[in-house]
Ligand binder design. Sequence first.
Ligand code: M6R
Length: 613
Amino acid sequence: MCGIVGYVGDREAGEVLVKGLKRLEYRGYDSAGVAIMNGRMSIQKGKGKVVNLEKGIFANGLKGHIGIGHTRWATHGEPNDVNSHPHMSQSGNIAVVHNGIIENYTSLKKKLIERGRTFSSQTDTEIIAQLLEEIYTTSKDVTFEQAIQLTLKQIVGTYGLAIVNIEFPDKIFIARKGSPLLLGVGENEMFIASDASPIVEYTNKVVYLDDGEMAVVDKYSYEVKTIDDIALTKEVHELAISIDAIEKAGYPHFMLKEIFEQPRSIADCMRGRVNVKENTIQLGGIADVMEELVNAKRIVIAACGTSWHSGLVGEYLFEHLAKTPVEVEYASEFRYRDPLIGEGDVMLVISQSGETADTLAALREAKKRGAKVLGICNVVGSTISRETDAGVFTHAGPEIGVASTKAFTAQVVVLTMMALATGMKKGTISKKEAARYIKELSLIPDKVDQILKECDENIKKMASLFTYAPNFLYLGRSYNFPVALEGALKLKEISYIHAEGYPAAEMKHGPIALIDEMMPVVVIAATDHTNDKMISNIEEVRARKGRIISIMNSENSDVKDLSEFSISIPSTVDCFSPLLTVIPLQLLSYYIAVNRGCNVDQPRNLAKSVTVE
Ligand code: M6R
């Protein structure tokens, strides 16, 4: 969590930092702050959003051409002014911004206090500034860089760090372990950021820092080394994202823009991979490991949140199309239960950001135990995409809204392509079946477009009727059970309405007790092979006076007749149904949240990328 930016060059640092922090606000928005050097160290920070910080910088006339900034998602210490970053050393000479968690901060803090240091915040980060200053000022012949290395060796935990010291008025010091950090290389200017979004409008040249690395940066040059002081030559990468992709393009929220982008993002995900004419699927990123995937004893999928839901769809897809056994794990649980995984198993990690700490930990654990680890990521250059043995990018474009939408559909498309390619190679689906699936898959972008065009108004109206419902139940079967979970998650995270997703048949084992005339029940009734059973479940809800909202195929008049409201969508083969049924649910949660006046793109307590375990 948390976003870090840094700038050194000829521009006004405050402007670059604020702009960059606004782009990184999706990573956390509890508080924001900057340190700018201009003969002295000027700090501006406080609780709340970057726009407050911007006003403060302007009001106090903070000027300078070098500085660091931070937007916070609170872990240690409540989100208030004092706990905002940057954190200072006791003398005020050193300022630090930090993304990550220092696990041994309590013991370090105790020792520092015993040695006479006074702390002003409750954060774990402040100990970095204080310990660093202590080491630097009390050790003989130690350079500031060496003092940073010695400090980092005492720290247990994760960090992306940017540090400035008034003694070095033209330098920023950065270090990384477990939290992403990259360096943008400009003409006589350098940028530092947690991801590429603050950098892309200035330069497309970036250097990704890896774990255990640090750098000293000035406006003309940068020097990267390990924290053990071994000099490194790093590859300079070219960024592929454009500035348009990270703007709202006239939409009121990123989330709505991203929902409406899905016809394009799904098509982009398939581009150059799905060939209808030749009846083939080519996934370059996993071509070299295809044999291992085809011969896998089983596939273990690990992910979190929405990516975990797409993993559940993947389970149905792989078992149905490729006949490979699949287990889907919460990444956060995986490594804590001595998992039975090893050679012959393939682990598939799914992550939009490619930085989720739990998913990364599961990846590392599986690798350590000898499994082949493949990745499905959206962010190119992310840690997970670089640590997996091979993988497939979703190419959905930057997803800025905290609630994941287009990343989900793109992940499901990648899983579909992987399962189809595996099934075709294994011979578990015939050529004729493959041709039908491939043709149908190629039609999905147009069908999504049709849903967005035809259902948007209807869903908006329906949302206004349910805006103040205190609870929602989402029911689905088979491929649409994960969609029920996803629909419920979307609603709770952006509208703060309590919602639960359930396999429709499980309802009678408990949740049915919740149903009365106040309970909206969203039934996802768009898979043919479970249609009759789903109708029975709808009857069970109706018998208890629950209010049925159905997502159904256009020709399914039985479901329509039983529903108070219905959203009809084009039909497809059952296994691609989640790619269509999820769209109305995304819109429903969006409009309800807007009606309730919620901050859709930055819901409370959340952050886009969860880089702490
Ligand atoms: O970047 P990741 O896909 O690894 O993120 C996983 C979850 O944190 C994420 O899907 C989260 O649940 C979203 N806010 C859901 O909309």
